[in-house]
Design a protein around this ligand. Structure first.
Ligand code: NZQ
Ligand code: ZN
Length: 392
């Protein structure tokens, strides 16, 4: 059934090598006091920091900085960033980095506009309203999360062992600068994790038994084929512009809302993975790579096999004349081979230091106390079983 939907993605994207010249014009739209946020220093190593500072100073803007945002960003960073915004009466935020920096910046932008603790936005029991946020411009340096073109942000709270995400239109960046050459320095491992994350963003939407727009299914299959083709190239040859460019634009379109059309369905692997990152601080894409094939095995049955057949035939070119169940199993094997052989990601929980100690608590949190209404509804027991399947 083709449901109604609203298409609205108002992020101005500057794509390509020579776009930084537009940066200060974008920033000036919102004021003169800029807080640049970034992570652990990769932007300094690649020379991007110096280029950005030069542009900002040349334009006569006032620059403040907040660095040290960690992968799987923490609420303390958000708190400190929001405090700095208030102290320096910041007009606009400039996030320079990967998904973690951009996500944290989104919640800093919202936290700067309220008097309460920013965690209240993300605490399931409080869910404080987001009525306002400072404007955000970003320069993306890692292709993965799509945070540059969506309105979500995921934050960890080590004190409560939560990693919670939330979408809100106020958090959408005003402009995103996507220069693929800024990702040449991304390690093979982070490139692989990014590719697994993008694949999962598409799979979470594509695996849906409601046949929405055929056009969107074709678009998603094209995105997946793009990632499968170019991620290994970027790992082998980090400065391959064509590969980096394809991955960068795919990362944005995998999650900017376009592929959803009118599909309404909760995601499955993401809630399960966020519990892993919350407790074990593992890289998001790695957790997804381990979980996704097991989740697929768990969901595969006579009622869902047709979707796996479509996936196997259209994405991996499996012979359509084989038995549907055989195609489905082969499709899962091909996806596993992509994650674990081509991308060289670790294939199970023990190899990334996860044991069964917290499975029950993690599963309970993942289903938010009830059921994940995803591709196949999952209750706590189902999620626990999927976690157990990841042990070997
Ligand atoms: O901190 P620095 O020094 O910048 O180093 C980072 C970090 O160590 C490094 N890196 C980034 N760009 C680089 C680079 N290293 C060399 N060269 C560059 N050009 O890579 C490491 C990982 O960075 P991070 O930002 O953590 O990675 P990613 O972009 O994968 O972001 C992951 C976070 O985003 C969340 C995840 O849960 C996780 O917390 N997600 C956000 C989403 C969203 N906003 O919609 C959706 C996703 O599903 C996801 O949950
Ligand atoms: Zn993700």
């Amino acid at each position: 059934m083709i449901n109604d939907f609203i298409y609205d993605i108002p992020v101005r994207v500057y794509f390509g090598r020579d776009q930084l010249k537009h940066l200060t014009a974008e920033l000036k739209k919102y004021g003169s006091r800029v807080l640049m946020t970034y992570g652990g220093g990769s932007i300094k190593r690649i020379g991007l920091y110096d280029r950005v500072v030069r542009e900002i100073k040349k334009a006569g803007l006032e620059l403040f900085e907040f660095s040290g945002i960690e992968p799987n960003p923490r609420i303390d960073s958000v708190r400190e960033g929001a405090r700095l915004c208030k102290e320096h009466r910041i007009d606009v935020l400039l996030a320079v980095g990967g998904g973690s920096t951009i996500d944290a910046t989104k919640w800093i932008a919202a936290g700067a506009c309220v008097d309460h603790d920013p965690w209240d936005f993300l605490d399931w029991s409080k869910w404080a309203p987001v009525n306002k946020a400072l404007p955000i411009v970003d320069i993306l340096t890692l292709s993965a999360t799509g945070s540059e073109m969506d309105c979500g942000g995921v934050i960890s709270n080590p004190a409560t062992k939560d990693k919670n995400g939330r979408l809100d239109p106020h958090l959408l960046p005003k402009a995103s600068f996507l220069d693929p050459s800024n990702t040449f320095s991304v390690s093979a491992y982070q490139t692989a994790c990014g590719a697994a994350d993008m694949m999962s963003h598409i799979i979470e939407v594509y695996f849906n038994m409601n046949q929405d727009l055929y056009m969107l299914d074709c678009f998603m299959e094209g995105l997946m084929k793009t990632i499968i083709r170019f991620a290994p190239v970027a790992m082998r040859k980090p400065d391959d512009y064509e590969a980096r460019a394809n991955l960068m634009w795919a990362s944005s379109w995998a999650i900017n809302g376009f592929i959803n059309g009118g599909k309404a369905q909760l995601w499955s692997c993401h809630p399960m993975e966020h519990e892993l990152s919350a407790i074990y601080d593992i890289t998001h894409g790695l957790g997804l790579a381990i979980l996704t094939p097991r989740w697929m095995e768990y969901c595969l049955d006579e009622t869902t096999v047709s979707k796996f057949v479509q996936f196997g035939v259209n994405v991996f070119g499996i012979d359509a004349s084989l038995q549907p169940m055989a195609i489905a199993k082969l499709a899962i094997e091909k996806l596993s081979a992509f994650f674990f052989d081509d991308l060289q990601l670790k294939r199970d929980f023990p190899s990334v230091g996860i044991d069964d100690t917290h499975f029950s608590a993690m599963a309970k949190k993942a289903v938010r106390g009830d059921t994940l209404q995803g591709f196949k509804p999952l209750r706590q027991q189902d999620v626990e079983t999927i976690y157990k399947m990841c042990m070997s």
